[in-house]
Each structure stands twice: as C-alpha cells, then as structure tokens.
Design a protein around this ligand. Structure first.
Ligand code: TRP
Length: 453
C-alpha cells in the first residue's frame, strides 16, 4: 500500500495544556494509527529559539513535550518521532531554499507583518526588535516539510500561509533546477477538531493566560483550574444554557454522545455550577490520570526519552541524508561533481553520460562532436586530415577532465585547447550567461568522461 506521509511540527515553547491535547495531540495520534498513514511528528526546537533565548526553558519544554506526546499514546515504533535540531539536513536545506526564496515573499508573512505593524503603530523603526529568525521562519518550516516529501501537513488555520509558502518555495526550486525534487505538500485543516475555550471563555491559549494544564501540577492543579472556569451567576436549581457555557463545550470535547446529552439535560434542569465543575473534573481526570502516570514516569527517565528521540532521528535521517545529497548535487555543491559518473542517476539533467560522435565533413576531413547526455551539442572539433589523429584527439579528450582543460573565452563562443592548439569550439552563444552555462556544461561533460575512462 502506498501510504500517505503526514508530517507536523510542534513548537517547543511552554507546557502542553488541555487545548493542545484536544486540538493537536489527540487527533494527531489517532491519525498516526491509521494503516494508510506514515506519520512524522517532530519537535520544532529550532523554531522555539526564535521566541525564546532562555536555554533552561528551551530544554525543559522540549523534554516535557516529548514526554507528553509519548504519554498520550504516540507509538515511536510506528511514528517517526524526532527533534528538528537532531537533523542537520534541515538547516542545510533551509539555506538552499533561502537562496531561491524571494525576499518579498517573506515580507508578506503574517507573523512578520504583524510585528512590523505593531512597530509602526508604536512609532518605532519598522524592524525594531524583530530578529531575522522570525523573518526566516517560513523557510525553515518549508525545509522541515520538504526534506521528507510530506504529502499532508495537519496544522491550525494560522499556519495556512506557511504551507502556501512551502509550496511556492518548492515549486521555485523544482523550476530552477529543472526537476521535481520536492513533493508539493498539502495543508490539512482539521475542521471538526475542538478548539477549546479557556478559563475565561476565550479560546484556550497560553497568550491569554487562560489555560487548563494537561499534566503539570497533577490532579490538584487540574481540579483547581476547572473550579476557576468562569460561569454566569445562575443559582443552583435555575436552568442553565449549555450552548452558552464553556463548561459544557469542554465537557463535550471529552465525553461520548450519551454522556454529553445527559450533561446537557442536567444543566437545563438546573444542575449547580459547582456540581457541574466537579463532573467535568471527574470526566477529565478519568482520561488524564493514566496518561499522567506515564508522563511522570517518563519525566523521571530523561535518558529513555533521549534514546527514543535518537532512534527517531536515525529513522528520519535515513530519508533526509540521501535526499540532501541529491539536492547538493543539483545545485552544484555535490561532493561527486568531479566524478559525476558515479552519481549520474541523481543529476538534474545529465543523467545519461556525454558521448562523442565522429563524422566526415563536406571536404572529406575528419571531425567529431561532443554531446551532453541530454543530446545538447557541447563541442565541435576542428577538422583532422588523418582519422587516426582525430581518434587520438578523442582519446585525449576523454581523459582530460575539467581541471586540466584550457578554455579560451572568445566573444560568442568558447575554444577548447589541447597542447596549445585549438581542439574545437562550442556552438555560438547569444549572451554571457549562456556562455557561462556552456562552459559549465562542457566542464561537467569532461569530468564525466574522465570519470568513466
Ligand atoms: N509553525 C508551526 C506552528 O507554530 C510548527 C511547525 C514548525 C510546523 N515546522 C513545521 C508545523 C512543519 C508543520 C510542519 O504550529
């Protein structure tokens, strides 16, 4: 079966709360159990550095988040689960992508623009307090996704633009280097997924300081938070409106249908808010307590988490490392550039070796041409009176290699010299850029011939 590769990143700032659990962790783990899904989940700890320069917080947060996902049932055998910062190919790819990304594209990123707008409003310099990491955020995120050829990327609505940028950047790279190096990732917005209300009824979010902790502080902290959920002032016995109550919304996100219906009826029949909160706490704790126990035992053995993440990085790099090697070749940074024959299969254009073809011209003299693997003519030899001399010149050419080639640049074409004599010339090229490309291709072909000789 062709499995769909689903990949998502978790920014490692803060400690998971109930909203993260219902909105991201729970649905992602459920999806990862599907037979047709090949799931990649990773901790975006490089992204975390953009927001925080507190080393202890960074270290703590990624440990807590790893432990949380594992405690919630993520199976590291099944899912490729790793830390972004354990994959050196990601920052490497980030640079290759940076160099094909229009600066103007990044100017339009929502997060950066919001920072600029805040500055302008405050009468500050446009970029005051903005680090270049924030600016580059979308490129790093594109690398996260493209390094693994993910098909689907489940994210929140606020990330849609980042996915569009990842596709843009991938397309641009594919176009420039002339091959479909990257799968174009699709955004996956989970429509039914619960966005939970927080203590004050607004969306549960760290930035509103209205969260209910998932594990931190144990059952006691969970209970205390639930008791602080804001309700209206209806008295015990007075009918409550479930649809206007965040208590009910929270309850429903964790209950089955029968439980939710019963809770609704009880509220409508006048259940006291205090009792309703107790019922919500019990429902939540019933599901969280077993996970909390696993969480605490994992947090007590950070070495074990470390091992799991190292294994995950190994699995991830088994994909990213060969991919990155291919990309390095594609942009001209390949370690095999001088022995291209060995890696010919991964070259964007010259996947076939160059070849030489002899012929006799109208005057009956002997010449040959050098063609690139894709059929483009690279060189036409001078005329030889003697076929043996032409053959010897071909033999020399095959062993020459780019490093030893002497190329004279003439207006409009290039001359290849051998022993101080012109051996042949390239076809005429229109402009300097085309001539540089011709030189590049000629050198490539000479290296490939030499490698095969
Ligand atoms: N930017 C994402 C967020 O804040 C996290 C993230 C980083 C991510 N890299 C990613 C998500 C790659 C999906 C794919 O939610």
């Amino acid at each position: 079966m062709n499995r769909i590769r689903v990949l998502t990143g978790i920014t490692t700032t803060g400690t998971p709360h109930l909203g993260n659990y219902a909105g991201a962790i729970r649905p992602a783990i459920a999806a990862s159990r599907r037979e047709d899904v090949d799931a990649f989940f990773f901790m975006a700890d490089y992204h975390a550095l953009i927001k925080s320069d507190d080393p202890a917080r960074i270290a703590r947060s990624r440990l807590e988040i790893a432990a949380s996902w594992l405690a919630c049932g993520l199976d590291p055998q099944r899912v490729t689960f790793y830390r972004q910062s354990d994959i050196p190919e990601i920052p490497e790819l980030t640079w290759l992508l940076t160099c094909v990304t229009a600066k103007g594209l990044l100017n339009r990123a929502h997060a950066y623009k919001a920072a600029v707008d805040r500055n302008l409003e405050a009468g500050e310099d446009t970029d005051a307090g903005v680090n270049a990491g924030l600016y580059m955020y979308p490129v790093l995120m594109a690398a996260d996704i493209l390094a693994f050829d993910a098909h689907k990327v489940p994210v929140g609505r606020d990330q849609i633009q980042h996915l569009e940028m990842a596709r843009d950047i991938a397309q641009r790279f594919n176009h420039i280097y002339g091959q479909d190096f990257f799968v174009l990732p699709q955004v996956q917005i989970e429509e039914q997924v619960a966005t939970l209300p927080g203590l004050d009824g607004r969306k549960m979010s760290k930035s509103y300081d209205n969260t209910i902790p998932l594990f931190a502080g144990g059952a006691k902290a969970l209970r205390e938070a639930v008791m602080r959920i804001v309700t209206d002032s209806r008295l015990p016995g007075e009918p409550k409106d479930p649809d206007g109550s965040s208590l009910y919304t929270l309850y429903r996100a964790f209950a089955d249908e029968a439980q939710a219906a019963a809770f609704r009826r009880a509220l409508e029949a006048g259940l006291a808010w205090g009792e309703a909160k107790q019922a919500l706490f019990e429902l939540l704790d019933g599901q969280i307590a077993p996970m909390r126990e696993r969480y605490e035992s994992l947090m007590a053995q950070p070495g074990h988490i470390e091992e799991i993440l190292r294994d995950g990085a190994r699995k991830a790099r088994a994909i990213a490392t060969p991919k990155m090697a291919r990309l390095r070749e594609a942009v001209g940074l390949g370690s095999h550039a001088a022995t291209a024959g060995a890696s010919a299969g991964s070259r964007p254009r010259d996947d076939k070796p160059p070849r030489l073809a002899s012929f006799r011209d109208e005057d009956g003299r002997f010449r040959f041409r050098l063609f690139a693997g894709d059929g483009e003519e690279l060189l036409l030899s001078r005329a030889f009176e003697d076929p043996k001399a032409a053959g010897a010149a071909q033999k020399r050419l095959k062993q020459l290699g780019a490093a030893a080639a002497v190329v004279q640049i003439k207006p409009g074409s290039l001359l290849l010299e051998l022993d101080g004599e012109t051996l042949g010339s390239t076809p005429e090229y229109g402009d300097e850029q085309a001539r540089d490309l011709a030189l590049e291709r000629l050198r490539e072909a000479l290296d490939m011939l030499a490698a095969a000789a």
